[in-house]
Write a protein that binds this ligand. Structure first.
Ligand SMILES: [Zn+2]
Length: 269
Protein backbone atom coordinates (compact mmCIF):
# COMPACT_ATOMS: atom_id res chain seq x y z
CA UNK A 1 0.00 0.00 0.00
CA UNK A 2 2.75 2.43 1.04
CA UNK A 3 4.80 1.68 -2.07
CA UNK A 4 1.69 2.15 -4.20
CA UNK A 5 1.09 5.55 -2.61
CA UNK A 6 4.75 6.46 -3.16
CA UNK A 7 4.39 5.47 -6.83
CA UNK A 8 1.27 7.64 -7.25
CA UNK A 9 2.98 10.55 -5.47
CA UNK A 10 6.02 10.10 -7.74
CA UNK A 11 3.85 10.10 -10.88
CA UNK A 12 1.94 13.19 -9.66
CA UNK A 13 5.23 15.00 -8.97
CA UNK A 14 6.58 14.06 -12.42
CA UNK A 15 3.31 15.22 -14.05
CA UNK A 16 3.47 18.52 -12.17
CA UNK A 17 7.10 19.03 -13.23
CA UNK A 18 6.27 18.37 -16.89
CA UNK A 19 3.22 20.70 -16.69
CA UNK A 20 5.34 23.45 -15.13
CA UNK A 21 8.01 23.06 -17.81
CA UNK A 22 5.33 23.18 -20.54
CA UNK A 23 3.99 26.48 -19.18
CA UNK A 24 7.46 27.87 -18.48
CA UNK A 25 8.78 27.29 -22.03
CA UNK A 26 5.84 29.31 -23.34
CA UNK A 27 6.22 32.08 -20.77
CA UNK A 28 9.99 32.42 -21.27
CA UNK A 29 10.87 31.22 -24.80
CA UNK A 30 14.54 30.72 -25.63
CA UNK A 31 14.20 30.77 -29.43
CA UNK A 32 11.59 32.47 -31.56
CA UNK A 33 9.29 29.80 -33.01
CA UNK A 34 9.03 29.94 -36.79
CA UNK A 35 5.94 27.76 -37.39
CA UNK A 36 2.40 27.55 -36.13
CA UNK A 37 2.37 25.79 -32.77
CA UNK A 38 -0.76 23.63 -32.98
CA UNK A 39 -0.04 21.57 -36.11
CA UNK A 40 3.49 20.97 -34.83
CA UNK A 41 2.29 19.86 -31.41
CA UNK A 42 -0.36 17.56 -32.91
CA UNK A 43 2.19 16.02 -35.29
CA UNK A 44 4.86 15.54 -32.63
CA UNK A 45 2.28 14.21 -30.16
CA UNK A 46 1.02 11.64 -32.67
CA UNK A 47 4.58 10.48 -33.40
CA UNK A 48 5.32 10.26 -29.67
CA UNK A 49 2.18 8.17 -29.08
CA UNK A 50 3.19 5.76 -31.86
CA UNK A 51 6.69 5.44 -30.35
CA UNK A 52 5.22 4.75 -26.92
CA UNK A 53 2.98 2.01 -28.37
CA UNK A 54 5.99 0.34 -30.03
CA UNK A 55 8.08 0.60 -26.83
CA UNK A 56 5.28 -1.00 -24.79
CA UNK A 57 5.32 -4.17 -26.89
CA UNK A 58 9.03 -4.41 -27.72
CA UNK A 59 11.86 -2.57 -26.00
CA UNK A 60 9.97 -2.10 -22.70
CA UNK A 61 9.24 -5.75 -21.80
CA UNK A 62 12.52 -7.01 -23.33
CA UNK A 63 14.78 -4.67 -21.34
CA UNK A 64 12.68 -5.27 -18.21
CA UNK A 65 13.26 -9.03 -18.57
CA UNK A 66 17.01 -8.50 -19.00
CA UNK A 67 17.08 -6.27 -15.90
CA UNK A 68 15.25 -8.99 -13.92
CA UNK A 69 17.83 -11.55 -15.07
CA UNK A 70 20.66 -9.17 -14.12
CA UNK A 71 19.23 -9.09 -10.61
CA UNK A 72 18.64 -12.84 -10.39
CA UNK A 73 22.08 -13.80 -11.66
CA UNK A 74 23.89 -10.83 -10.13
CA UNK A 75 25.66 -10.11 -13.41
CA UNK A 76 27.05 -7.08 -15.25
CA UNK A 77 28.85 -3.94 -14.09
CA UNK A 78 26.39 -2.98 -11.35
CA UNK A 79 26.80 -6.30 -9.58
CA UNK A 80 30.55 -6.51 -10.15
CA UNK A 81 30.93 -3.25 -8.19
CA UNK A 82 27.96 -3.66 -5.86
CA UNK A 83 25.92 -1.27 -3.68
CA UNK A 84 25.20 2.33 -4.66
CA UNK A 85 28.59 2.74 -6.41
CA UNK A 86 27.45 -0.15 -8.65
CA UNK A 87 24.11 1.52 -9.39
CA UNK A 88 25.82 4.82 -10.23
CA UNK A 89 28.34 3.04 -12.48
CA UNK A 90 25.50 1.29 -14.33
CA UNK A 91 23.66 4.59 -14.87
CA UNK A 92 26.86 6.25 -16.12
CA UNK A 93 27.56 3.37 -18.49
CA UNK A 94 24.04 3.57 -19.95
CA UNK A 95 24.39 7.32 -20.33
CA UNK A 96 27.75 6.95 -22.08
CA UNK A 97 26.54 4.23 -24.43
CA UNK A 98 23.64 6.52 -25.34
CA UNK A 99 26.17 9.21 -26.26
CA UNK A 100 27.91 6.73 -28.61
CA UNK A 101 24.57 5.59 -30.06
CA UNK A 102 23.56 9.20 -30.71
CA UNK A 103 26.79 9.82 -32.66
CA UNK A 104 26.10 6.62 -34.64
CA UNK A 105 22.56 7.77 -35.51
CA UNK A 106 24.11 10.77 -37.24
CA UNK A 107 27.11 9.08 -38.84
CA UNK A 108 25.68 5.78 -40.10
CA UNK A 109 23.50 6.65 -43.13
CA UNK A 110 20.90 3.92 -42.41
CA UNK A 111 20.46 5.16 -38.82
CA UNK A 112 20.43 8.81 -39.92
CA UNK A 113 17.41 8.17 -42.18
CA UNK A 114 15.39 7.55 -39.01
CA UNK A 115 17.08 10.02 -36.64
CA UNK A 116 16.67 12.70 -39.34
CA UNK A 117 12.91 12.54 -38.71
CA UNK A 118 13.59 13.82 -35.17
CA UNK A 119 15.83 16.62 -36.47
CA UNK A 120 13.37 17.64 -39.21
CA UNK A 121 11.32 19.58 -36.63
CA UNK A 122 11.77 23.23 -37.71
CA UNK A 123 11.23 24.49 -34.15
CA UNK A 124 12.28 22.90 -30.92
CA UNK A 125 10.34 22.57 -27.69
CA UNK A 126 9.30 19.77 -25.34
CA UNK A 127 7.19 18.16 -28.05
CA UNK A 128 10.38 17.63 -30.12
CA UNK A 129 11.56 15.27 -27.36
CA UNK A 130 8.91 12.73 -28.39
CA UNK A 131 9.09 13.34 -32.14
CA UNK A 132 10.80 10.16 -33.33
CA UNK A 133 10.02 7.65 -36.05
CA UNK A 134 8.29 4.66 -34.43
CA UNK A 135 10.59 2.27 -36.35
CA UNK A 136 13.50 3.98 -34.59
CA UNK A 137 12.25 2.35 -31.38
CA UNK A 138 12.68 -1.09 -32.98
CA UNK A 139 16.02 -0.24 -34.54
CA UNK A 140 17.46 0.93 -31.22
CA UNK A 141 16.16 -2.11 -29.30
CA UNK A 142 19.31 -4.30 -29.78
CA UNK A 143 21.42 -1.38 -28.54
CA UNK A 144 19.13 -0.99 -25.51
CA UNK A 145 19.35 -4.74 -24.79
CA UNK A 146 23.15 -4.62 -24.88
CA UNK A 147 23.16 -1.49 -22.73
CA UNK A 148 21.07 -3.10 -19.98
CA UNK A 149 22.96 -6.39 -20.22
CA UNK A 150 26.50 -5.00 -19.86
CA UNK A 151 25.55 -2.38 -17.27
CA UNK A 152 23.95 -5.15 -15.23
CA UNK A 153 21.21 -2.70 -14.20
CA UNK A 154 18.57 -4.35 -12.02
CA UNK A 155 14.94 -3.18 -12.46
CA UNK A 156 15.36 -0.45 -9.82
CA UNK A 157 18.53 0.95 -11.42
CA UNK A 158 16.98 0.66 -14.86
CA UNK A 159 13.94 2.66 -13.69
CA UNK A 160 16.24 5.21 -12.07
CA UNK A 161 18.09 5.66 -15.35
CA UNK A 162 14.82 5.79 -17.33
CA UNK A 163 13.49 8.57 -15.07
CA UNK A 164 16.74 10.52 -15.36
CA UNK A 165 16.92 10.03 -19.14
CA UNK A 166 13.29 11.01 -19.77
CA UNK A 167 13.53 14.07 -17.50
CA UNK A 168 16.77 15.14 -19.16
CA UNK A 169 15.44 14.67 -22.71
CA UNK A 170 12.25 16.65 -21.98
CA UNK A 171 14.29 19.40 -20.29
CA UNK A 172 16.99 19.86 -22.93
CA UNK A 173 14.54 19.86 -25.84
CA UNK A 174 12.41 22.49 -24.10
CA UNK A 175 12.38 26.06 -25.33
CA UNK A 176 12.90 27.38 -21.82
CA UNK A 177 15.02 30.51 -21.47
CA UNK A 178 16.88 30.05 -18.23
CA UNK A 179 19.08 32.91 -17.03
CA UNK A 180 22.35 32.49 -18.93
CA UNK A 181 24.34 31.94 -15.75
CA UNK A 182 21.95 29.17 -14.61
CA UNK A 183 22.05 27.46 -18.04
CA UNK A 184 25.86 27.69 -18.02
CA UNK A 185 26.15 26.31 -14.49
CA UNK A 186 23.83 23.38 -15.31
CA UNK A 187 25.74 22.75 -18.56
CA UNK A 188 28.76 21.79 -16.45
CA UNK A 189 26.81 18.71 -15.41
CA UNK A 190 23.84 18.02 -17.72
CA UNK A 191 22.69 18.89 -21.24
CA UNK A 192 20.68 22.14 -21.22
CA UNK A 193 18.22 23.74 -23.69
CA UNK A 194 20.98 26.05 -24.99
CA UNK A 195 23.43 23.17 -25.54
CA UNK A 196 20.88 20.97 -27.29
CA UNK A 197 19.67 23.90 -29.39
CA UNK A 198 23.16 24.00 -30.92
CA UNK A 199 22.92 20.27 -31.70
CA UNK A 200 19.61 20.88 -33.55
CA UNK A 201 21.19 23.54 -35.78
CA UNK A 202 21.03 23.05 -39.53
CA UNK A 203 24.76 23.81 -39.73
CA UNK A 204 26.76 20.58 -39.71
CA UNK A 205 29.63 21.91 -37.61
CA UNK A 206 27.09 22.90 -34.95
CA UNK A 207 25.01 19.73 -35.26
CA UNK A 208 28.20 17.70 -34.73
CA UNK A 209 28.36 18.74 -31.08
CA UNK A 210 26.57 18.30 -27.75
CA UNK A 211 25.57 14.67 -28.28
CA UNK A 212 25.16 13.86 -24.59
CA UNK A 213 21.65 12.82 -23.55
CA UNK A 214 22.24 13.21 -19.82
CA UNK A 215 25.63 14.14 -18.37
CA UNK A 216 27.81 16.53 -20.40
CA UNK A 217 30.88 14.64 -19.16
CA UNK A 218 30.93 12.58 -22.41
CA UNK A 219 31.00 15.66 -24.65
CA UNK A 220 33.78 17.06 -22.48
CA UNK A 221 35.81 13.83 -22.70
CA UNK A 222 35.40 13.66 -26.49
CA UNK A 223 35.93 17.41 -27.04
CA UNK A 224 32.46 17.77 -28.60
CA UNK A 225 30.93 20.26 -26.14
CA UNK A 226 30.01 23.59 -27.75
CA UNK A 227 28.70 26.61 -25.91
CA UNK A 228 29.79 29.38 -28.28
CA UNK A 229 26.74 29.68 -30.57
CA UNK A 230 24.12 32.31 -29.61
CA UNK A 231 20.60 30.86 -29.87
CA UNK A 232 19.36 33.69 -32.11
CA UNK A 233 21.92 32.67 -34.74
CA UNK A 234 20.68 29.07 -34.91
CA UNK A 235 18.36 27.84 -37.62
CA UNK A 236 16.74 24.71 -36.21
CA UNK A 237 16.17 21.73 -38.52
CA UNK A 238 17.87 19.82 -41.30
CA UNK A 239 19.54 21.44 -44.27
CA UNK A 240 18.83 19.10 -47.15
CA UNK A 241 16.70 19.71 -50.24
CA UNK A 242 14.02 17.26 -49.08
CA UNK A 243 13.63 18.56 -45.54
CA UNK A 244 10.81 21.04 -46.09
CA UNK A 245 8.62 18.42 -47.76
CA UNK A 246 9.39 15.79 -45.12
CA UNK A 247 8.35 17.87 -42.08
CA UNK A 248 4.65 16.86 -42.20
CA UNK A 249 3.46 13.67 -40.53
CA UNK A 250 2.97 11.27 -43.46
CA UNK A 251 6.05 12.30 -45.47
CA UNK A 252 8.10 12.10 -42.26
CA UNK A 253 6.93 8.53 -41.65
CA UNK A 254 7.58 7.52 -45.25
CA UNK A 255 10.87 9.37 -45.68
CA UNK A 256 13.28 6.77 -44.22
CA UNK A 257 11.95 4.10 -46.60
CA UNK A 258 10.88 6.00 -49.69
CA UNK A 259 13.86 8.26 -49.93
CA UNK A 260 16.53 5.85 -48.80
CA UNK A 261 18.87 6.47 -51.67
CA UNK A 262 18.16 10.19 -51.95
CA UNK A 263 18.44 10.80 -48.20
CA UNK A 264 21.73 8.90 -48.00
CA UNK A 265 23.10 11.28 -50.58
CA UNK A 266 22.60 14.16 -48.14
CA UNK A 267 23.52 12.23 -44.98
CA UNK A 268 25.94 14.21 -42.82
CA UNK A 269 29.29 12.46 -42.63
ZN1 LIG B 1 20.71 14.15 -32.93
Amino acid sequence: MASRLAKIAGLAAAGAAVGTLLLAERARPLRKQTREALPRLARNGAMGAACQAVIMVSEGPITEAIAQENKRRKRGLQHAIGGWPGRIAAVLLMDYTYYLWHVATHKVPFLWRFHRVHHLDPDMDMSTAVRFHAADMLISTPMRMLQVRISGADPETHNLWRGFFLGSVLFHHSNLRLPESVDAALANVVTTPRLHGIHHSQRLDEMDSNWSAGFTLWDKLHGTLRTDVPQEEITIGVDDPLAERDIALLPALQAPFREARETDEFAPS
